[in-house]
Design a protein around this ligand. Sequence first.
Ligand SMILES: Nc1nc2c(ncn2[C@@H]2O[C@H](COP(=O)(O)OP(=O)(O)OP(=O)(O)O)[C@@H](O)[C@H]2O)c(=O)[nH]1
Ligand SMILES: [Mg+2]
Length: 338
Amino acid sequence: VIRVPKGTIIREAESNKVISDLHLDNQREIIFKGGKGGKGNQHFATPTRQAPKYAEKGRPAKEYWLTLELKMLADIGLVGFPNVGKSTLLSMISNAQPKIANYHFTTLAPNLGVVTNKFGKQFVVADIPGLVEGASEGVGLGFDFLRHIERTKVIVHVIDAAGSEGRNPIEDILTITNEIDKYNPEILKNKPQIIAANKTDISEEYLDELKEVFESQRGIKVIPISAATNSNLQALLQEMDIVLSELPNEDIVFTKEFVEEDVVKESFEIEKIEDGYFAVSGVGVEKMIGYTSLDSEKGFAFFQKYLRDKGIIEALERSDIQEGDTVRIYDIEFEYYK
Ligand SMILES: Nc1nc2c(ncn2[C@@H]2O[C@H](COP(=O)(O)OP(=O)(O)OP(=O)(O)O)[C@@H](O)[C@H]2O)c(=O)[nH]1
Ligand SMILES: [Mg+2]
């Protein structure tokens, strides 16, 4: 039994497909069942053969590499370039006390804060480390943090509306949106977005253009604020509230994508070594040989059935195998007859 935090997503490592999303309190899940014990020889006894030589070997437990990924469970994610004031904003609206400093990448891991609005309603806001161009390819703090955005219900773009570091906040939003899309095009499709135009105490230089480009043209609300001077933060909280209340009150849950056959089906390879001589390899067959008693007739029949069920016989026939040809599977060899 492995204990994991709520919000852990389990994927099969090779295909990266989701096996389970542990999003509930105290959720328990059997990811793979253990191996089954073999049936003893008594099981195969008949009235005439009281002590058969054949016994089934136990089957090994399934083996897979898994990735466990922890996604934050936050209602709202603050995203933006480094130094725009995300942590300052979180510290002003929530109970969180993130580090704030005038240099890039001050925040290295997401901070969560609980916001309580004036009606006593609570929601969780995440301060996500600064994203930069190329984040979807791992630049800056990279996709480690992009993945946290996947699960937040609402995205708040925090920008430096004063352009005080010489960057254009409109381009910044477009760049970040583009990075999120490159990382996973599904993220922004149904997620409401809000723009928190920060640092308006310095200047409102880009405010009109922001409203034109985002509010008028794309229907994304732009709210001018100053996190440092606590100006207009109530308007932002109110907008967060409205947007959240319009959303269905359920966690974003990743559905199971993984089916075991995905891995098992393609797990063999056939190689024609020379005329009349074929080699079969693969994790599945190798294991099968390990736990089948091929010396006994019944064991061999069982193995043949396995080869047929997995499509290996069919694949051999497609490779033009002829009656009497030799098939080698790891350290065993046998002749092929229909
Ligand atoms: N004038 C002004 N300065 C601000 C405002 N908000 C934040 N700052 C300053 O901007 C600098 C960066 O603020 P942070 O909150 O650390 O920025 P951040 O977005 O969390 O930065 P990273 O963690 O590096 O991504 C600090 O010096 C803040 O004091 C604001 O509204 N007005
Ligand atoms: Mg920060």
